[in-house]
Design a binder for this molecule. Structure first.
Ligand SMILES: Cc1cc2nc3c(=O)[nH]c(=O)nc-3n(C[C@H](O)[C@H](O)[C@H](O)COP(=O)(O)O)c2cc1C
Length: 163
C-alpha cells in the first residue's frame, strides 16, 4: 500500500514555509501549516524577545483549527524555526494535541545559525516513532533560496528512498 505523507510546519517569517512547500512538492505529500490563534507580529522588533520567552517557558499557544488528522498518515515531515535553541511553541501545541506513534518521521528546521537542541527535543516529544532523518537550513529566504529549495527536495527524496 502507498505511504500517506504529510508535511507539518510552523513558520513566522516564511523560511520554514519555503522549505515545507518544497518538500511537499518533492514527495507529493499533503501539507499542514499550524498557526497560533494569536501569533507574534513577524515585523515586530520585539519578536525575538517575545518568542524567545514563549519558547523558554514552554508555552502551548492555542492553534487555529485545522481539519487534517496527522494520525491518519504513515510518514510525517515536521518542520519548525528554531526559537531560543528549541522548536517553536506552536509545535509544542501540535505535539500535545496529536497522538503520533509508530510513524516514520523526518525533521527539518530553519535557524539563524544554531540549531540548539531542536531535534533532540522534538524526538523526545515524539517517542515511539521511527526517525528517518533530519536537516537544518540557515535562513533560506536570505541565503540563496533556490539552492535551499533544491537541497530540501533532494533530502526529502532521499528520505523517501529509506521507506
Ligand atoms: C523568537 C525567535 C527566536 C529565535 N531564536 C533563534 C535561536 O535560538 N537560534 C538561531 O539560530 N536562530 C533563532 N531565530 C532565528 C530563526 O530561527 C530563523 O530566522 C528562521 O529561519 C525563521 O524561520 P521562519 O521564517 O520559518 O519563522 C529566532 C527567531 C525568532 C523569531
Amino acid at each position: 500500500m502507498e505511504n500517506k505523507v504529510l508535511v507539518v510546519y510552523y513558520s513566522l517569517e516564511g523560511n520554514t514555509k519555503l522549505i515545507a512547500e518544497a518538500i511537499s512538492k518533492a514527495v507529493s505529500g499533503d501539507i499542514l501549516q499550524i498557526k497560533p490563534k494569536k501569533d507574534i507580529n513577524p515585523k515586530s522588533k520585539m519578536r525575538y524577545l517575545i518568542g524567545g520567552k514563549k519558547s523558554i517557558t514552554k508555552e502551548k499557544p492555542e492553534l487555529l483549527p485545522y481539519d487534517i488528522k496527522a494520525e491518519d498518515y504513515d510518514v510525517l515531515f515536521i518542520g519548525t524555526p528554531v526559537w531560543a535553541g528549541n522548536f517553536a511553541p506552536a509545535m509544542r501545541s501540535f505535539f500535545a494535541g496529536t497522538n503520533l506513534k509508530h510513524k516514520k518521521i523526518a525533521l527539518f528546521s530553519c535557524n539563524g545559525g544554531g540549531n540548539g537542541k531542536t531535534f533532540e527535543n522534538m524526538k523526545s516529544e515524539l517517542q515511539g516513532n521511527e526517525f528517518l532523518g533530519e536537516i537544518e537550513f540557515k535562513n533560506p529566504l536570505k541565503n540563496d533560496p533556490e539552492k535551499n529549495v533544491e537541497k530540501a527536495k533532494k533530502w526529502a527524496e532521499d528520505v523517501c528512498k529509506r521507506l
